[in-house]
Design a protein around this ligand. Sequence first.
Ligand code: 5RP
Length: 236
Amino acid sequence: MSALSADDSKRLAAAKAAELVRDGMRLGLGTGSTAKHFVDFIGEKVRAGMKLLCVPTSEATRAQAAALGIPLTTLDETPELDLTVDGADEFDPQMRLIKGGGGALLREKIVAAASARMVVITDSSKKVDTLGRFPLPIEVVPFGLEATRRRIEKVASATGCRGSLSLRQGQDGKPFLTDGGHFILDGSFGRIPDPEPLAAALTAIPGVVEHGLFLGLAKAVIVADAAGVDIIGDLG
Ligand code: 5RP
């Protein structure tokens, strides 16, 4: 087995996903270091003359795509997409995901839900048997933060998740702000034994904008490491 860095693996997974892209497609472009490779491949395809129309899932991805000359649209102009390719912080054998490590979970989920297919690209370090090793990002409105935090703690505990909720900090030492102007609470639960009831309970809390559990959205996960590329699910 040759040495392959995590970033090489991410690039390999992104290259495999780029093979799914056909002329005329409407694409969702994910966010993060893995999705960044995919956006680079899309830039190459556009330069080579492929006609694509893309919706970015963050301002960071928008800036990268615009710099590469990728034609961009919005979900208002193009409400249905053919394919979204995005990274993940964790995935389990049922292709349930934790996303939001980069803080783009809200737009990522909206774009994935507007797509006929979501394909996840990742290196093998993101694979888990049970979700929850990666802290679960929960996007909340700043108003009423402490009240919302307590309600999240209660519903998490009721669904078997115990652990601290910490307010994500930005590099400036102030609370991290998402592209939508919200805060993120990261739930260090260790294990999320039952993601579906937790997801439903979080969604029902006033003040919670979105959470990083992506359930039933991914149609396939492309996992790369030094051993090669593995496909979970159905790429078609
Ligand atoms: C951003 C995300 C990313 O997809 C996730 O954090 C994975 O990032 P990376 O590809 O850098 O490991 O959900 O909100």
